[in-house]
Design a protein around this ligand. Structure first.
Ligand code: GLA
Length: 381
């Protein structure tokens, strides 16, 4: 795939690329809708990546070609980039150039050939993978010297201000910073991170990702509304962020909030608690104990945060009924994917149960794969 990106680059751009870089999609184990509340998250990177073959240009132009696009080159003048100017997928790499320039790292131009096997609209952070692959490529091409977390912040800035999606920092941090065989325990306030070993195979376990194929879109306003609701609640409680509300103070705090904000706050506070519990189990080598935490997290997203959908609910229900240790939707919600923690010998049974449940409900067949904690953004060729 890497050689292919280099060869295809040459066919499209008429010259040899200087290298190939890759950045992965992610699934989040636990800690959902906590990142924009300054809370805690625990994602892993997927083996699925977006690859960018690239070379410098000296004429201030950004020329983009995507193997998943319409077969044409998008040719942009870097000095004309501004929020709202670029539509479609090209806004992500263009946004990274814009954010780099805004941070004082203007680049002279670039040709990019982009190819990806990160499913789009599946809640697996294909946007972050594209942003981070672009960022890590430009960082090397122009010897900018930025660290992986710094590149993640550039990528998040691109998505927030250039693309216009008010996401938190989890996806970009996961794509930029994860390492092979570990989950990334991240404090989204301090950006302190710890790579927590996660050897599922050694524990006789598998983590399935079941893409319900209900397309999710964070740009449609629902995500922004939830974020605004959380920020409003923090403001009413006189707190910098919901992260500052301890579990012991939850009930009293809920009494001070309007009805519609209470479930949002309950979710965020209990979800931060679930991340802490998950970390304790992982540190103690008890991976299977994550199961009930995942399922409880799903119930909270379904009943309190209300970002699940019939397909994700059915996946969780069917997987757990068929003997999975636990399951929950992952990512922003409104569709997308479900993660299922299951003993290796039960994988076939659980997958078949979910497929059967989808058939009975008249839903389109889901797509299932096994997730292995993989490496973050890097040069690959
Ligand atoms: C999306 C956003 C993240 C995070 C999750 C929910 O993936 O991009 O920043 O808020 O939703 O946990």
């Amino acid at each position: 795939m890497i050689d292919e990106a280099a060869t295809d680059f040459e066919a499209v751009h008429g010259a040899r690329s200087s290298g190939v870089w890759a950045a992965p999609g992610r699934v989040n184990l636990i800690g959902e809708h906590t990142d924009y509340n300054d809370g805690f998250v625990l994602p892993i990177a997927l083996p699925h990546t977006t690859r960018v073959a690239a070379r410098r240009r000296e004429d201030g132009r950004l020329r983009l070609y995507s193997a998943q696009g319409d077969g044409t080159i998008t040719d942009l003048a870097l000095d004309a980039l501004a929020p709202g100017v670029v539509a479609s997928w090209a806004a992500y790499p263009a946004g990274v150039c814009w954010a780099l320039a805004e941070a004082g790292f203007a680049i002279g131009g670039a040709d990019l050939f982009i190819d990806s096997d990160v499913p789009t609209g599946a809640g697996l952070s294909s946007s972050a993978a594209l942003e981070c692959a672009t960022a890590v490529a430009l960082n090397d091409l122009y010897e900018l010297g930025l660290t992986a977390p710094e590149l993640a912040l550039i990528a998040q800035r691109a998505e927030n201000a250039f693309v216009g999606v008010p996401c938190g920092v989890m996806d970009q941090m996961a794509s930029a910073c994860c390492t092979d065989g570990t989950a990334l325990f991240l404090d989204t306030r301090t950006l302190e991170q710890r790579h927590v070993p996660l050897d599922l195979a050694a524990a006789g376990l598998r983590l399935l990702v079941i893409d319900t194929r209900v397309k999710h879109d964070l740009g449609d306003g629902a995500y922004a509304a939830l974020r605004a609701g959380c920020e409003r609640a923090a403001e009413l409680l006189g707190l910098p962020a919901l992260r500052d509300l301890p579990a012991a103070g939850l009930e009293a705090a809920l009494d001070r909030l309007p009805d519609e904000l209470r479930p949002l706050v309950r979710h965020v506070v209990t979800e931060n608690g679930r991340v802490a519990a998950a970390i304790e189990h992982l540190d103690g080598g008890r991976i299977a104990e994550l199961g009930p935490i995942l399922t409880a997290g799903h119930a909270s997203l379904r009943d309190d945060f209300r970002v699940s959908c019939p397909e994700t609910d059915l996946t969780v229900e069917a997987a757990v009924a068929a003997g999975a240790l636990g399951a929950r939707m992952t990512g922003g919600g409104f569709g997308g994917s479900v993660i299922v923690l299951v003993e290796a010998e039960r994988v076939a049974e659980v997958s078949a149960a979910v497929e059967g449940a989808f058939r009975s409900a008249g839903f389109a067949a889901p797509v299932t794969f096994t997730a292995v904690p993989s490496a973050g953004a890097r040069r690959v060729g």
